[in-house]
Write a protein that binds this ligand. Structure first.
Ligand code: TYD
Length: 195
């Protein structure tokens, strides 16, 4: 039987990676074979993105890179699913739609473009769980980092969060309040997966 494909989304500091590892442990103890994976990936395009080697890149080109990385990733995800594995994925197409349209100041035409761009290279997840958290809280968790000022990051992530919420509504994602304790978030996640 084909495995399930479960995606976790949310702004930086929402707690996705810790949660995914705990979900994987629980499913593993129940005899479910899982693969934990993430975007940007460890593949060549993902490595290029993470390296920061591509400088002076336009926002459109950045969206293309994330989507190219995803195209390779989708092929792997299909293979894992066919092997009967449950794929737990940290970020998928909604990340590009939420983050890259925040870069574009969220104009509708860009949102449509990002949607169309991704359509041919994705498969629909069985469930997408959005970990929703206030950007101030997310930043507190990861520690303010990067070249932008703390204020700019908060403003940017607030836009990303708003985009995520709109996308979640449009695509029927499950939303979990990630300001709750880790145990509560885990419990809620397992309940959703159990359904
Ligand atoms: P992140 O999940 O934070 O990876 P890591 O914790 O290993 O650094 O992803 C890195 C950043 O990439 C994050 O700020 C979100 C951003 N991102 C996009 O802007 N668009 C995308 O399509 C993806 C997948 C990530």
């Amino acid at each position: 039987m084909a495995g399930r494909f479960i995606v976790f989304e949310g702004i930086d500091g929402a707690g996705k990676s810790t949660l995914i590892n705990r979900v994987s442990e629980i499913l593993g103890s129940e005899g479910v074979s899982t693969v934990v994976t993430a975007e940007p990936t460890d593949g060549p395009v993902g490595k290029l993105i993470r390296s920061g080697a591509v400088k002076c890149i336009s926002q459109d080109a950045e969206a293309l890179l994330f989507t190219a990385d995803r195209a390779c990733h989708t092929a792997e995800i299909i293979k894992w699913k066919d092997e009967g594995k449950t794929v737990l994925c940290d970020r998928y197409y909604a990340s590009t739609m939420a983050y890259q349209s925040a870069n574009f100041n969220g104009t509708e035409s860009k949102k449509e473009w990002l949607k169309e761009l991704n359509r041919p290279v994705i498969i629909e997840p069985d469930i997408t769980i959005l970990l929703d958290v206030d950007p101030e809280e997310g930043m507190r968790r990861v520690g303010a980092r990067g070249a932008r000022s703390k204020y700019e990051v908060a403003v940017y992530l607030e836009r990303v969060r708003e985009n995520y919420r709109q996308i979640a509504e449009e695509y029927g994602f499950r939303i979990i309040d990630a300001s709750h304790s880790r145990d509560e978030v885990l419990k809620e996640t397992m309940k959703i997966i159990g359904e």
